[in-house]
Design a protein around this ligand. Structure first.
Ligand code: WT7
Length: 643
């Protein structure tokens, strides 16, 4: 790559081989694609497998979008059947590596059979079209098999990240109304077993609606199996046929619900539908990752997040690429694991998160230096802004100064990447996701709805509908409208603040709502607060984020205790563990401060802004006139200075 004044450009060699080779080509295609988005998206959708063509590309009645109206498809035919019955029959779809080191390669023909077989299993268990099925699995190929088998039947999967707690599972079961669960006995993480089935048992103790729990045997430890409710995957599969006819579903048929944090305590069930979602994930894999038949692609996300849905399961499989799936932790047995895997499997495209990159930087260059990373040709980043230092390290130490980096901005709600460089075309200053993808009309607006001037900060919006956009929040259309569509008439607000530079690049600054970005994962401060106040010792809690070198943001909690409870290190630990138990380990407060009182307005609202300033800078400045009692802040300031 060449570089001038900190702007990196792809090499001529890379550009020439890429689908989009120059900025002029990008600009021309982008212009056309936003003038006539329906034309652009229809051309992409035509490359997928439809059983019945659509009659109309888009029906738009803001905020209700219907894409490929009248079209019918079975999404798994694009991801499996067309490869398995064609040239990619014996091509590896998945190269799996378990944390203990076990390896398996699954061809497209085999994956197709496994999905068909498991679809037959689910069908026999009574799973029908539009039924919700909760999936709680380790990062093993069967997680993808479970998702695809649901999709094949038109059932709606709702994957819950394996790091979430029993209580989080229980909430999601209740909200989605799922009656069927697919899980495993356990999964491997840092040499230990994550007790997935035990967590499910705890979550459904009082849930009489659950009809079946199918358990994949991964780790082999003993688990309780309730007769008539719990079934072993391998036992059910043994009797099931590997043939399954793919029924066609409407383009707008619900595909999955994925929960994500918002600014209230209750996570939102983001709903995605079929035809448009597939088109968005497919087209972005094609142009942004420039996936080719000889690529070995590896996305290090978990299927419990949207990145795993779009860029492990649906997009890459629709492209027919070979991909690596890894079960465990990046630092097991040490920080060389990823680099060893890239060398061993000859990975060409690697997609990971800034938080992982920062942890690798800290661990030391000697880890990547021990490995031959010359197979890599393209790198990706997702989840939070990548700081320029991390970008440059990634570029030099992992990419050998040779690989373009695509910093991809998007969200659970957008379904697919929205803003990103195109690797063969876009000149990239480190730290910016650069320019909108084809068909995406992104802008930064001020409060009055006007576009801000270059380098000024505003709200990031999308002005035109796109196929992979979320259709609603499950069971809460009002919240959907209020959260995303009420700031500006007919425009989607992402909830991020951003600015554009003179070249038009989008620099994402951060969330505008009470949502933290912890290691690239969204976490609502209200969720952590409600977990804390559910503890018997806690009277009130306020949670804010503070900048953290590794995680991006760290979770800081302020807690006032009920009468009869005393501040102690033991209670501090108990409260942190309690949050871990209620939500999951990612939500555990990094710092937990006891406070005699919290800063409030005269009307009794907690002023989180002051707490945030306090933990970020050590003091507070600015407008304090709304504060009811100034001594509260003074007291906290003294306590923090001592801690
Ligand atoms: C939020 C969405 C999209 C998959 C992972 C997270 C932040 C995401 C970037 C990026 C700056 C980013 C935003 C966004 N974000 N990617 N490349 N640069 N910020 O999905 O949990 O739905 O979170 O993550 O704040 O709104 P998510």
């Amino acid at each position: 790559m060449s570089k001038s004044s900190d702007v990196y450009k792809p090499s001529n060699e890379f550009s020439k081989a890429a689908r989009i080779s120059s900025m002029s080509q990008y600009k021309r295609m982008w212009q056309e694609s936003v003038e006539q988005p329906e034309k652009f998206w229809a051309a992409e959708a035509k490359e997928l497998a439809w059983q019945q063509p659509w009659k109309k590309v888009l029906e738009w009645n803001a905020p209700d979008a219907k894409w490929f109206v009248g079209g019918k498809l079975n999404i798994t035919e694009s991801c499996l059947d067309r490869h398995a019955t064609g040239d990619r029959k014996n091509k590896a779809a998945i190269i799996f590596e378990g944390e203990p080191g076990d390896r398996r390669t699954i061809t497209y023909a085999q994956l197709h059979k496994e999905v068909c077989q498991f679809a037959n299993v689910l069908s026999k268990q009574g799973v029908k079209s539009k039924d919700r099925v909760l999936i709680y699995m380790p990062m093993i190929p069967e997680a993808a098999v479970a998702m695809l088998a649901c999709a094949r039947l038109g059932a709606v999967h709702s994957v819950v990240f394996g790091g979430f707690s029993a209580e989080s599972i229980a909430d999601r079961l209740e909200d989605s109304g799922a009656k069927h669960i697919i899980t495993a006995d356990g999964g491997w993480r840092r040499g230990k077993v994550v007790p997935l089935k035990d967590n499910i048992d705890e979550a459904i103790q009082r849930n009489k609606a659950i009809e079946s729990v199918i358990v994949y045997q991964r780790t082999g430890q003993k688990v309780a199996m309730k007769k008539g409710r719990d079934f072993w995957w391998h036992e059910l599969a043994a009797d099931a046929s590997t043939k399954h006819e793919a029924k066609a579903f409407d383009s707008e048929h619900p595909l999955f619900i994925l929960y994500t944090s918002g600014s209230t305590g209750k996570p939102k069930g983001i709903l995605h539908t079929t035809g448009g979602y597939l088109t968005g994930t497919y087209a972005t894999c094609k142009y942004i990752f420039d996936m080719r038949d000889d690529d070995i692609y590896w996305c290090t996300a978990d299927v419990g997040w949207i990145t795993g849905h779009s860029y492990i399961v649906y997009g890459p499989l629709a492209m027919g690429v070979t991909q690596v799936i890894y079960e465990g932790a990046p630092n097991f047995p040490d920080f060389g694991r990823f680099w060893k895997m890239i060398e061993d499997h000859g990975v060409t495209i690697f997609y990971t998160a800034p938080t992982a990159i920062r942890a690798f930087i800290k661990a030391g260059d000697h880890f990547p230096e021990k490995h031959d990373l010359s197979s890599l040709r393209l790198l990706g980043s997702v989840g939070e802004p990548i700081n320029p230092e991390a970008w440059r390290w990634y570029h030099e130490k992992i990419g050998g100064g040779r690989c373009p980096i695509v910093d991809t901005w998007w969200q659970t709600e957008t379904g697919a990447i929205m803003i990103s460089p195109l690797p063969g075309a876009t000149p990239t200053p480190p730290g910016t996701a650069t320019l909108p993808f084809f068909g995406i009309d992104a802008a930064v607006l001020d409060d009055s709805g006007k576009e801000v001037k270059p380098d000024e900060q505003g709200r990031l919006v999308i002005r035109k509908p796109w196929p992979s956009m979320t259709r609603t929040i499950w069971g809460d259309k009002a919240r959907f409208k209020k959260t995303y569509w009420s700031d500006y008439d007919g425009l989607y607000t992402a909830g991020d603040s951003a600015r554009r530079d003179k070249a038009g690049n989008f620099w994402i600054i951060g969330r505008l709502d009470d949502v933290l970005n912890v290691s690239g994962h969204r976490l609502g401060t209200a969720e952590v607060e409600s977990a804390l106040v559910a503890h018997k010792a806690v009277a009130e809690a306020a949670v804010v984020g503070r900048p953290d070198d590794l995680k991006g943001q760290a979770v800081v909690a302020f807690v006032t205790l009920k009468a009869g409870f005393d501040e102690s290190e033991k209670l501090q630990k108990e409260l942190r563990d309690h949050v871990g138990k209620v939500i999951g380990a990612i939500a555990k407060p990094d710092d937990l401060h006891f406070a005699p009182a919290l800063p409030k307005t005269r009307s009794g609202k907690i002023i989180r802004r002051l707490l945030k300033e306090l933990v970020t800078t050590g003091s507070v400045s600015g407008n304090l006139t709304t504060l009811e009692d100034f001594s509260v802040i003074e007291n906290l300031q003294q306590r923090l200075a001592k801690s």
